[in-house]
Design a protein around this ligand. Structure first.
Ligand code: ARG
Length: 264
């Protein structure tokens, strides 16, 4: 099945209803069959990426609670996707420093406040949110935001991290990473014309031939370039399919709004 995938794992059932009533952001559909974490990636280490956060949710359909990703940008602030924050605030747990979600390694925190970009769902793009941790991850390295809107040059070798679907290319619920080159706004503008790709607010990254991509459950997680938070996993049609690359919220576009929340 195909469709604009902007849904978290827990939204799989709600999605089938949402497809019929999808609004301003575009029609959407979720993967409803098991199969395919990061697709085509390799096992990563949170020691090397301490700012990578697993955003679990008690309503997740998967036993591990895996739901979305996020990025630590201040001791008590994480950036994630707006479409990841549709559940009650008490259902979320942020986890840092846990390579396999089947273990209890690392630090955890509940969420005390959710800021979702108020334009999300009204206009295309804006798939960003800032969450406040009840228990700050003090002493953990944070990732600075990319602020240059021209950082998304074609060919830039960005890396995406997450615990999401692997389509059988890796272990489940295990921290993975994959390098995805920037494909450019004109490419996604063509292949995702119907889905409403927004050049000013989204990044197009992956491989024209497919094979390597982020996937369901990776949403909200970090796309990293030059040691900065460059993008936030947002959507794609399927995962790692030829001609359907990953789309990421462009952090530079929203950097001032995000920074205001981070400093708040
Ligand atoms: N919307 C998905 C999520 O909620 C992320 C989809 C990313 N898809 C892709 N092909 N890169 O987890």
């Amino acid at each position: 099945m195909s469709g604009k995938l902007k849904f978290t794992r827990a939204a799989l059932v709600a999605v089938m209803v949402a497809v019929a009533s999808a609004g301003a952001v575009g029609a959407a559909e979720a993967r409803v069959t098991p199969g395919t974490n990061i697709v085509g990636g390799t096992t990563a280490s949170t020691a090397q990426a301490p700012w990578a956060i697993a955003l679990n949710n008690s309503r997740s359909p998967v036993p591990s609670g895996q739901y979305c990703g996020a990025t630590l940008v201040k001791a008590n602030k994480i950036v994630t996707a707006a479409h990841c924050v549709t559940q009650p605030i008490s259902t979320y747990t942020a986890i840092q420093g846990r390579d396999r979600l089947s273990t209890t390694a690392g630090k955890t925190s509940k969420i005390s406040k959710i800021w979702k970009d108020p334009q999300y769902g009204r206009v295309a793009g804006h798939d960003v949110a800032v969450l406040t941790l009840t228990t700050p991850f003090t002493g953990v390295a944070t990732l600075p935001l990319e602020t240059s809107r021209s950082a998304d040059a074609v060919g830039a070798q960005s890396v995406v991290y997450g615990y999401g679907e692997t389509e059988g290319t890796g272990p489940a619920d295990t921290f993975q990473k994959v390098t995805v080159p920037v494909l450019g706004d004109s490419y996604c503008g063509q292949v995702y014309a119907d889905e409403g790709y927004v050049a000013n607010g989204e990044i197009c990254a992956g491989y024209k031939a497919g094979g390597k991509d982020s996937c369901q459950g990776d949403s909200g997680g970090p796309l990293v370039l030059n040691g900065r938070l460059f993008g936030v996993v947002s959507w794609g049609i399927g995962c790692a399919d030829a001609g359907n690359p990953g789309v990421y919220a462009e952090v530079a576009t929203y950097a001032s709004a995000l920074t205001a929340q981070i400093n708040n």
